[in-house]
Design a binder for this molecule. Sequence first.
Ligand code: SF4
Ligand code: SF4
Ligand code: SF4
Length: 246
Amino acid sequence: MKPKIAFFDFASCEGCQLQVVNLEMEIPTLLELVDIVAFREAMTEASDDYAIAFVEGSITRESDIPRLKKIRERATVLVALGACASSGGLNALKNRMGMDTVKNIVYGDKAGRFETFPARPIHAVVPVDVHIPGCPIHKDEFLRVVQALLLGKKPEIPDYPVCVECKLKDNLCVYELGQKCLGPISRAGCGAWCPSNVDACAGCRGFISEPNKNAQTDIMKKYGLTPDMIMKEYRLFNAYTEDSNE
Ligand code: SF4
Ligand code: SF4
Ligand code: SF4
């Protein structure tokens, strides 16, 4: 019998699920290996009987918690899909603002109808077995994770900097073009996606273990960034991690 997998979403743009839908060439093979039993972005049918749950999105309201716990109870393996789920992502940028202020900005005079609380990654609520970082996830990494899980192995997510992949690709460093790049401290695995397209890495895959922030800060100061600007760079995709000192 094929393993049953399911996809769920919380506060997100659903871009990570879209990356899975975009695996047009690989989906036929994937469907030979697994049964997808729930995937709101791609199918109407839904079942609560699954072994592997891929969860996209941050937890941003009280009512998310029981729903996530139910998913955790049912799944043998829980995978955080993308930055929102694995680190809080962009959603955590609101956390330093008052929640009433946030609601008023978004919903205006209808703010009273909606609930919200500071955004958090799913591991802040339930145990998570695998984190697939990135905003969005990288399609190849998703396939590598599925392959490892089907083989009963722990998926390996790189813990070295984007600069390694960037140098292997012989890219021109974007600092030479006047950009400010977080590649030296950001987690690789995207194939240096942004610098390979002449854009700076903004750290969407989170930071490596023990990032040398002092050296990174010194580089950015040397290239003209003020401490305030540097803090904004660090917090863009990693506000929850930066604020909680995880
Ligand atoms: S990680 Fe990025 S692409 Fe994925 S759901 Fe969140 S905002 Fe969208
Ligand atoms: S462009 Fe960014 S990732 Fe590439 S070498 Fe320079 S600092 Fe590192
Ligand atoms: S280069 Fe940096 S910002 Fe771009 S996809 Fe990779 S980790 Fe994310």
